[in-house]
Design a protein around this ligand. Structure first.
Ligand SMILES: NC(=O)c1ccc[n+]([C@@H]2O[C@H](COP(=O)([O-])OP(=O)(O)OC[C@H]3O[C@@H](n4cnc5c(N)ncnc54)[C@H](O)[C@@H]3O)[C@@H](O)[C@H]2O)c1
Length: 266
């Protein structure tokens, strides 16, 4: 019940999916949580549900693509709960229609994704770090993606922005470690958030499943539990790392499923 007791967390993109699950788990384990989201009604609903379950939370509006809005969310957190000791920079976006291959991608979409996926991590950290230092330290957690490690036929901007998140995580960890601020990232593979469930056919899910080493898909709670660990003092000697939570999808020789199929047939 008390793994993050006395901690105050700001969770961006907290109204849905990974952010929702992380907000609920952090609150269940004793943190006071500011749930910040573009979908302010959704954020308020998440906070109400947390309170109904005996936790402490408040939902607020955030546009993670806007510097002033990020600053306000950090300042709100400190005003509301007296400090900020956990920052979960989780907002991220993708666009399968405009973020294509290098030759054909929409350049405005490149700029939008760099701003929303990468600069938002810089800005959230930039505004929270002075308050964390004032309070003796903190834990910053960023949502990267396995797309930040590997190439793909489309989504070059998304992948590059998430690779940036992975390396910015190391820079923040290096620059503020002596101030007792840790910074880590989590890199999800495919996670069955409501959006993923609604938008993907069973056939497509099966293709992803074929390349997982585990016999099931990831759920938002798989990321939420990793975030909880990184927010808690249980991970107090871990910094600058990106934890891959992806069911072994990128673990081994990618031809293995095809060889298994060939072995069955021979
Ligand atoms: N679901 C996956 O398979 C997967 C895989 C790898 C990485 N990720 C990353 O996980 C993070 C969360 O994604 P999710 O799958 O939980 O998505 P989601 O759509 O379920 O939740 C995203 C939340 O962010 C909010 N949001 C969007 N734009 C915003 C903005 N400008 N300002 C504030 N809030 C905004 C949305 O309203 C929503 O509540 C993203 O960074 C995404 O890139 C997800």
């Amino acid at each position: 019940m008390d793994r993050v007791k006395n901690k105050v967390a700001l969770v961006t993109g907290g109204a849905s999916g990974i952010g929702l699950s992380s907000s609920a788990l952090l609150a269940k384990e004793g943190a006071k949580v500011v749930v910040a989201d573009y979908n302010v009604d959704g954020a308020k609903k998440v906070a109400e549900d947390i309170k109904a379950n005996g936790g402490e939370a408040v939902g607020i509006f955030l546009d993670a693509g806007n510097e002033e809005s990020i600053k306000e969310a950090v300042e709100f957190t400190v005003k509301q709960y007296g400090k900020i000791t956990v920052l979960f920079n989780n907002v991220g976006s993708t666009n399968l229609k405009k973020d294509l291959d290098v030759v054909n991608m929409d350049l405005e979409e490149w700029d939008r994704l760099m701003n929303l996926n990468l600069k938002s991590v810089l800005l959230g950290s930039r505004f929270a770090i002075p308050y964390m230092i004032e309070n003796g330290g903190g834990s910053i957690i960023n949502t990267a993606s396995m797309a930040g490690f590997a190439g793909d036929s489309i989504r070059a901007a998304y992948g590059a922005s998430k690779a940036g998140v992975i390396n910015l995580t190391k820079y923040i960890a290096t620059q503020y470690g002596k101030e007792n601020i840790r910074c880590n990232a989590v890199a999800p593979g495919l996670i069955l958030t409501p959006a993923a469930k609604n938008n993907m056919s069973q056939e497509l899910l099966d293709v992803f499943g074929k390349y997982n080493q585990l016999p099931y898909h990831g759920e938002p709670e798989d990321i939420g539990h990793t975030v909880l660990f990184l927010a808690s003092d249980e991970s107090k000697f871990i910094t600058g790392q990106t934890i891959q939570v992806e069911g072994g999808h990128y673990l081994s020789n990618p031809t293995i499923p095809d060889f298994r199929e060939m072995m069955k047939q021979s």
